[in-house]
Write a new protein. Structure first.
Length: 291
């Protein structure tokens, strides 16, 4: 009888201990869940404290550079929203109509020309980087091997075409009218000893023409997107050339927003050591920091 009583008491004790263990586990789970909720709430609260800045950009390298600046912008109190574009018109249209707070894809001469053509008043808030233009091989492997009448594709918009023509001139392929400079067009070519057939193509499409032309003069960002390497270019712009000192890529904003808190925060983030190291390590000379 005593043995039965002792066994019964033992079972009761075990059940009690198990119950206590379950309660302890439930309590721990509850505390863990509370901590998780608390951390989530803090993260949510922190996100709510950030102001949003919306920036338009072409995919490479501009959107990539912006992404590298994201954490630096967070430190300045801003959450970055990147809107990607594959042309040179819509980012400025969207900025002018206030769909964007800023854009990052163009150099100042292009912006100036866009303002004239579209009656807009967009301005530069700062220069961030420079992308050397390059001449890349298509059907012909070198500039010396270009035959009479060889086809060369260049960007068709005013400022980028001038830049391409200056590069062709620097390599002895053509000669431009004296003083043509960054406003040069095909009509300013005064010497063309090889009767080169210069074909004007929308900038985003030039790299795709390589299979059909002898050589092509490609914008830096579109060369990157096409997988072209500066080291493989037949020629690139000299760092001291007129183009290098003129065609730095800028942050554009609406007139009057140059010194806004959001714009200053964006410039500060993009000019950080973090972004500079990113540019130098990722692009191997295809993109050069201007700060």
């Amino acid at each position: 009888m005593k043995k039965r009583i002792l066994l019964a008491l033992g079972l009761v004790s075990l059940l009690a201990l198990a119950g206590c263990g379950k309660k302890a586990a439930d309590t721990n789970k509850s505390e863990s869940a509370s901590e998780s909720v608390s951390e989530s709430a803090q993260t949510s609260a922190a996100a709510k404290d950030l102001k949003t800045i919306t920036v338009g950009a072409t995919p490479a390298p501009h959107a990539e550079i912006l992404e590298a600046a994201r954490e630096e912008l967070n430190k300045e109190g801003y959450d970055l929203k990147i809107v990607e574009y594959n042309d040179y018109i819509q980012p400025n249209v969207a900025l002018d109509t206030k769909e964007l707070d800023a854009n990052y894809f163009q150099h100042y001469p292009y912006l100036e020309n866009f303002n004239k053509e579209h009656n807009t008043t967009l301005v530069s808030a700062g220069a961030i980087h420079y992308e050397p233009f390059g001449i890349y091989a298509g059907k012909t492997a070198s500039l010396d091997a270009l035959a009479d009448g060889a086809k060369i594709s260049v960007p068709n918009d005013a400022t980028n075409e001038a830049r391409a023509l200056l590069l062709l001139e620097a390599n002895g392929l053509i000669k431009l009218k004296e003083g043509a400079g960054i406003n040069a067009t095909k009509q300013d070519i005064v010497e063309n000893p090889k009767n080169l057939d210069i074909q004007e193509i929308e900038a985003a499409q030039v790299a795709r023409t390589l299979k059909d032309v002898d050589v092509a003069v490609v914008n830096g960002n579109y060369a990157i997107e096409a997988g072209l390497k500066v080291s493989d270019a037949l020629a690139i712009e000299d760092s001291k050339s007129l183009a290098a000192t003129t065609y730095a890529n800028i942050i554009a904003v609406r007139e009057g927003d140059e010194k806004s808190d959001a714009t200053l925060a964006l410039i500060k983030a993009l000019e950080s050591d973090t972004v500079k190291k990113f540019i130098e390590s990722k692009y191997n000379g295809a993109v050069v920091p201007m700060f």
